[in-house]
Design a protein around this ligand. Structure first.
Ligand SMILES: [Zn+2]
Length: 436
């Protein structure tokens, strides 16, 4: 097993929702902190929320954070997260779901950034003057949208493409000079839903250096009562497609609180934002979350179990000469039910080496449990017990280093591999083949 209890690992949730009310209780954040999480991004508003509501929500959240420096830190950089972790605080960033709170003014981006907003997507399910929503007419990123992408890049905010139209999201990723994320979105190849994202979107996101964070929402996971292994299955799909370094978690758990009305003021029509035609037959209220509905039930060992399953599944896939067959299922809450016949297998996929990592060893480098017969690793004379320390000139400390190094090569490439065998250094040359 991979030892994930490493001290320098940052555990984070890319998106969660408290009641959009200045007096919202931070109990769920406390529970997340007790569970061992180091960073969480909290939603402060969507396209349906007026700026007046968003500002009062941010004021309230900021006051709560400032009143408890022993527990919370509003952060602006990775170094801040590290400092917060060492101080026993949970690091917090805010996120906006939609560009409408920017009031069509690119300079609003920097203002929100100064108030603690660290990530933003441009459209919440529906089209606006900046971008397309995933449940609306496809038009593409607007001219104003391109300017907004630059403003987000310049403000050091994360550009997010959740809830965004497919074509528009590809154009945002094209336009962005910095890595783009999906803070809460799941693979379409596994579950047919307008909110889920295609392989092309996942690949484009990874190509920016971004991360696809798996949502814990039942509808998008394709099961009425999702559990940790459902999240792991979706994470494994993304890991297999683009590499484990591009997978994250954004469970999107939403909390409500008795006595706090957090609905947008005025004429608010939930059927517009969550259209029945897109499969929200029972509105958003019919949604369940995974792995649990409250953080009280989520403990650190539970989180570690999810990560363990994801890491081991990804490692197993990495060692396999063929891609697994994933089966697409119909959404659990929609009209249709039961498995659909479509499968997504992909083909002609990346370079193949053929070593099988020994997950039980805490050694520096990657120890081989075995090598696959006839694989490039076998042809190069590598065998069980060898410890890889360098691949193609890159030092290999762990499986992730190797994954990265391998993905940088093409089938047919010749690579030099340094190993340690019985304590002695050895160097071999391998010709990578194609993984099919
Ligand atoms: Zn959302």
């Amino acid at each position: 097993m991979i030892d994930l209890q490493v001290t320098n690992m940052i555990r984070w949730d890319a998106h969660m929702c408290l009641p959009l009310h200045p007096q919202a209780s931070f109990t769920p954040i406390d529970q997340l902190r007790s569970a061992g999480s180091n960073y969480v991004s909290i939603n402060v508003g969507m396209d349906m929320n007026p700026v007046s509501q968003i500002l009062s929500v941010m004021a309230g959240y900021r006051a709560t954070i400032a009143a408890h420096p022993e527990k919370y830190a509003l952060v602006g950089s990775v170094a801040d997260i590290e400092r917060a972790r060492l101080a026993g605080q949970i690091a917090i960033g805010f996120d906006l779901e939609g560009a409408m709170p920017l009031l069509e003014r690119p300079d609003m981006v920097a203002l929100y950034a100064s108030l603690g907003v660290r990530q933003i997507h441009f459209a919440y399910n529906r089209d606006n003057s900046v971008a397309d929503g995933c449940h609306d007419v496809e038009r593409g990123l607007t001219a104003l949208g391109r300017t907004m992408v630059q403003a987000v890049n310049a403000a050091g905010m994360l550009m997010d493409c959740s809830h965004t139209g497919r074509r528009c999201s590809l154009e945002i990723m094209e336009a962005s000079a910095k890595p783009v994320i999906f803070s809460h979105a799941n693979p379409l190849a596994l579950v047919e839903h307008g909110r889920n994202i295609s392989d092309a979107q996942i690949r484009a996101c990874a190509a920016t250096g971004g991360v696809i964070c798996i949502s814990g929402v039942s509808r998008f996971l394709g099961t009425p009562n999702p559990a940790a292994h459902d999240v792991a299955r979706h994470a494994a799909y993304v890991a297999d497609l683009v590499g484990v370094q591009h997978v994250g978690i954004g469970l999107d758990i939403g909390f409500s609180e008795a006595g706090l009305d957090d609905r947008p003021p005025g004429d608010f029509d939930p059927r517009y934002w969550w259209p029945e035609s897109a499969g929200y037959a029972t509105g958003i209220s019919g949604i369940r979350y995974t792995p649990v509905d409250t953080w009280e039930k989520l403990d650190a060992p539970g989180t570690m179990k999810v990560l363990q399953i994801v890491a081991e599944t990804a490692s197993t896939l990495q060692a396999s000469p063929t891609r697994p067959e994933f089966q697409r299922v119909a959404p659990s809450h929609g009209q249709a039910s039961g498995p659909m016949s479509a499968t997504s297998t992909g083909s002609g996929y990346g370079p193949y080496f053929g070593s099988i990592p020994d997950l039980g060893e805490g050694t520096k480098g990657v120890k081989f449990a075995d090598v696959r017969e006839g694989s490039p690793a076998a042809k190069a004379g590598l065998k069980a017990g060898d410890i890889m320390t360098e691949f193609d000139g890159k030092p290999i400390q762990n499986l992730y280093d190797f994954t990265y190094a391998l993905r940088g090569k093409k089938p047919g490439d010749e690579v030099r591999v340094k190993i340690t065998r019985d304590g002695k250094p050895l160097e071999v040359t391998a010709v990578l083949s194609r993984r099919e």
